[in-house]
Design a protein around this ligand. Structure first.
Ligand SMILES: C[S@@+](CC[C@H](N)C(=O)[O-])C[C@H]1O[C@@H](n2cnc3c(N)ncnc32)[C@H](O)[C@@H]1O
Length: 281
């Protein structure tokens, strides 16, 4: 299904709704095996640990957190275990069910509630949070980032933090991976404007890609940029985990380069994801 085919048939509101439902179906379809290599392999866990440490630095235990696009609740349960109060939200009902089950299994259901809510529906959510986090690209699936920023401003107290990991535009590993296979359209997908159709499990995820500064611009009316860094720049993106498994020692050295140099000017603008931290003025 192409973007043009959608545009020809549907009014713009329906177009967004239809794309959001495509994305929902895609994630519903992978929820059952998301905790396996697809959603939680060694390369993902490495980025996840950086994210956990960053949230831990920005927000003390006991803070009230909102998770946007929680998936199966791996982060939400981790934070609840460490004493945070977490509202975990996702657009995929299958993912939300898994988060609920994980919270019960982990014995943290009193500190973690899971809600079926798309990022585009934040106006339906009440309450006040010390911080909002979002891990591994849910914000790349939101059609209107300025509206999301305004809702985050309503939900986060002054001084509170946002910690988001977002798919960036310049991923050298991905460019090389697809270019050598002569899949030039796929190699260039992150450079396009507007929603890009990305296939997963026979479905389409409608995805918006950003440079870190471009992303912050949408939040700049309410949030000050504290820092951003590359995630998986020297290391390859998670779907290349087989390479990592063949030579883990060698790739761990690349991981240490990510840890050490991922926040340097220019380098921090690249990578599979970037991790951005902002605070509410
Ligand atoms: C790559 S997964 C990351 C999940 C989780 N944050 C993690 O770290 O494992 C992206 C998640 O974003 C969710 N998502 C996609 N579009 C969304 C939207 N519009 N609103 C909220 N969640 C969305 C998907 O259902 C999926 O659970």
């Amino acid at each position: 299904m192409t973007e043009q085919a959608h545009t020809g048939r549907l009014a713009s509101g329906d177009f967004d709704e239809s794309r959001l439902l495509d994305t929902q179906r895609a994630f519903d379809s992978v929820a059952p095996d998301y905790d396996g290599p697809r959603g939680n392999n060694e390369l993902i866990q490495r980025m996840r640990t950086t994210m956990w440490n960053t949230v831990g630095t920005a927000l003390p235990a006991g803070s009230r957190l909102l998770d946007l696009g929680c998936g199966t609740g791996l982060d939400a349960v981790e934070f609840a275990r460490h004493g945070y109060q977490v509202v975990a939200s996702d657009w995929s009902p299958e993912m939300v069910e898994r988060t609920r089950a994980r919270a019960v299994d982990a014995g943290v259901a009193s500190r973690l509630s899971a809600v079926h809510l798309g990022i585009q529906q934040l106006h339906l959510l009440g309450g006040r949070f010390d911080g909002i986090y979002s891990n591994f690209g849910p914000l790349n699936c939101a059609p209107d980032l300025h509206a999301v920023a305004a809702e985050c401003a309503r939900l986060v107290r002054p001084g509170g933090s946002l910690v988001f990991s977002v798919m960036g535009r310049i991923c050298p590993w991905e460019l090389g991976h697809y270019a050598v296979r002569r899949r030039f359209g796929r190699a260039a997908v992150r450079f396009g404007t507007g929603a890009r159709a990305v296939g997963m499990n026979g479905h389409t995820i409608w995805t918006w890609y950003y440079m870190p500064r471009e992303f912050h611009a949408a939040f700049a009316d309410h949030f000050t940029l504290d820092s951003y860094r590359a995630l998986s720049l020297f290391l390859p993106p998670p779907y290349m985990v087989d390479r990592y498994r063949r030579r883990p020692g060698w790739y761990e050295r690349l991981g240490r380069l990510d840890d050490r140099f991922g926040d340097l000017p220019l380098l921090r603008d690249m990578g599979d994801h970037f991790l951005i931290v902002m605070h509410r003025r």
